[in-house]
Every structure is written in structure tokens, then in C-alpha cells.
Design a protein around this ligand. Structure first.
Ligand SMILES: Cc1ncc(C[n+]2csc(CCOP(=O)(O)OP(=O)(O)O)c2C)c(N)n1
Ligand SMILES: [Mg+2]
Length: 309
């Protein structure tokens, strides 16, 4: 797992996600993007490392903060920008926006604005996969805040009891909107998950995509072979405000030193020459995706009323 080729390949993917989101920041004031955006800038290595060992048959269910997982799992960039623009060519025909991206053709099954709501979806898919003997691995991604929801605990219990092939992946950025984890939780996430009898892994270097990919590879092999669940908590750092394109350090709720310390480890900050090598190729792809989105039509009234409850 630790070769220069792998480092560069994962670096490219992480940089691609960051440059896509930086373009979203640039575009946002124009109002061309019609939905709220929860950016993953700072958290890219979690998605890139976690998706590295997955096949297109393995399924990922994630949250409203999922541009990174959508792209790391192989979701189409043109369809992502078209979805953000509310266009008919978007991955949900322009009706879902940033918080509900999906690319089922590559196993990105969906995202939801409702905290913790896709965790039981992942467990249900794992139950189906096991019954149908598909040897798939299902990954349920959620934030630290989601571990305070009842359905999170019900899901861990059910998956452990029935030995389902699901990885619970907690993307722990230490924040839920404007609230620190310590101000909200009387328990410790990994320690508590262990009480369900799951194997638990805790990665503190969530900026290190090679490390995340290595640990995830072992976990996924185990889940696929044993057809039993596992849990992984990955520490990470959200660089931007909870929702929207800006920063919010001036609000006073965040510790700016923690953020600056994290950036010292972030490969995308630490290897500017590699950034410059890959940037032109990625920007070309982004320009083409935006052109595609801009040229695409909006959905008709009939289309807008179709497939919505
Ligand atoms: C069931 C539910 N409760 C509350 C909210 C409001 N809300 C939106 S995001 C969020 C914070 C979630 O934090 P976390 O799970 O850590 O994810 P992060 O935003 O940090 O990625 C909350 C409370 C919601 N969308 N759904
Ligand atoms: Mg969080």
C-alpha cells in the first residue's frame, strides 16, 4: 500500500475533490448553484482512502457532506455540477441538489440531509447482500453528531446481532454545526461502539489517505470474508463553515490553532509542486463539467413533479 505510485494516485484524487469544491466556492456568489453546500475541504483523505479498496459492486451510503465520497466512489463530475445547477442532466435530474447526490451505477447509493438516516439504509442493504450471498461490502458513512441519534445505536445492534457485511464509518470532524463533540457527548465513540461486539478501528491521522486506505483495505477484506460488521472512526478536520462556501473562525466557536496544526499534516498543503503538476489537467476537467452544466436545460414542470413524494 505504501508506494510512490499509490501516494500520487490518491493525492490526485484528493486534489481533484479539493479543486472541485474550490470552484464551487468561486461560483457560489453567482447563484448558479441552487442548493446549500456542505463542503468536505479538509476531509478529502477520508473519502479517498475509504473508497480505494471498494469495487463498483460495493455500496456506500453517506451524508449531505458527500461531494468527496461521490467523486471518490467514481460519480460522474458532469452530472454532479449539473445537479448543483438544478439541471435535467444532473445525477438526480436536477431535483436533489448537493445534499442528495447519488451514483448507483458505481455504488454510491445516496445521501440525505437528515442526520443518521442513511445508517439503517446501509444496514438494510447489508442484510439483502447477505441473504442473496452477493459478497458485497456496504459502507455507511456518518458524522460524529450522528452517533447521538437513536437509529445509529439500533443499526449497530442489528448489524452485530445478525452479522451483516457493513462497515460503519464515522467521519469525526469534532463538530456538529457550531457545537464541539465534548460539549455534546458523555461517551467516547469508538469505545462505545465496541460494546456492540464489533471490531473497532480508530484512525487519528485522517489527513493521511495512504494510511486510511491501508486500514480500510484490511477492514473490508475482513468484512467480505467473514460476512460480519466492523466499525471505524476517522478523525478529520472541516476547514470551512458547516454549510456554505465561507470560513467562520470569526464566530468564535472554533479553535483556530487545531485547524492550523491539522494543515501542517495535510498533503495537499505540504506538496505544492505535486499540486502544480496535477492542477492543469484537473482544472480542464472542471471547466468542461461546468460548461456541460451551463449548456444543459432545466427540468420541465412535468419532470419536476415526477418521482417526488
Ligand atoms: C435528524 C436531524 N437532526 C438535526 C439536523 C440538523 N443538523 C444538520 S447537520 C447537523 C450536524 C451533524 O453533525 P455531524 O453528524 O457531526 O456531521 P458533520 O456536519 O460534522 O459532517 C445537524 C444537527 C438534521 N439535519 N437532522
Ligand atoms: Mg461532525
Amino acid at each position: 500500500m505504501n508506494s510512490p505510485e499509490i501516494f500520487e494516485r490518491l493525492f490526485f484524487q484528493a486534489l481533484r475533490i479539493r479543486l472541485v469544491e474550490e470552484r464551487i466556492i468561486e461560483l457560489y456568489p453567482s447563484d448558479a448553484i441552487q442548493s446549500p453546500v456542505h463542503l468536505s475541504i479538509g476531509q478529502e483523505a477520508v473519502a479517498v482512502g475509504a473508497c480505494e479498496p471498494l469495487t463498483n459492486q460495493d455500496l456506500v451510503f453517506c451524508t449531505y457532506r458527500s461531494h468527496a465520497f461521490y467523486l471518490a466512489k467514481g460519480g460522474n463530475l458532469n452530472e454532479m455540477f449539473a445537479e448543483l445547477y438544478g439541471k435535467i442532466t444532473g445525477c438526480a435530474r436536477g431535483k436533489a441538489g448537493s445534499m442528495h447526490l447519488a451514483a448507483p451505477e458505481v455504488g454510491l447509493m445516496g445521501a440525505s440531509a437528515v442526520v443518521a438516516s442513511t445508517i439503517p439504509h446501509a444496514v438494510g442493504a447489508a442484510l439483502a447482500a447477505k441473504r442473496l450471498n452477493k459478497k458485497q461490502v456496504i459502507v455507511g458513512v456518518f458524522g460524529d453528531g450522528a452517533t447521538e441519534e437513536g437509529v445509529y445505536h439500533e443499526s449497530l445492534n442489528f448489524a452485530a446481532l445478525h452479522r451483516l457485511p457493513v462497515v460503519f464509518l464515522c467521519e469525526n470532524n469534532g463538530l456538529a454545526v457550531h457545537s464541539y463533540q465534548k460539549a455534546r457527548q458523555s461517551f467516547e465513540i469508538s469505545g462505545h461502539a465496541q460494546s456492540y461486539g464489533l471490531p473497532v478501528h480508530h484512525i487519528t491521522e485522517g489527513y493521511d489517505f495512504v494510511k486510511v486506505a491501508g486500514v480500510m483495505s484490511e477492514i473490508i477484506d475482513h468484512v467480505r470474508t467473514d460476512q460480519a460488521p466492523a466499525f471505524v472512526e476517522i478523525q478529520t478536520c472541516r476547514y470551512k463553515e458547516h454549510v456554505g462556501p465561507g470560513e467562520d473562525f470569526s464566530c468564535g466557536y472554533r479553535n483556530i490553532e487545531e485547524f492550523q496544526e491539522w494543515k501542517q499534516h495535510d498533503p495537499l498543503e505540504q506538496f505544492p509542486k505535486l499540486v502544480e503538476t496535477f492542477r492543469p489537467m484537473i482544472l480542464k476537467e472542471i471547466d468542461a463539467a461546468i460548461d456541460f452544466a451551463e449548456r444543459s436545460p432545466f427540468p420541465s414542470i412535468e419532470e419536476l413533479l415526477c418521482d417526488v413524494v
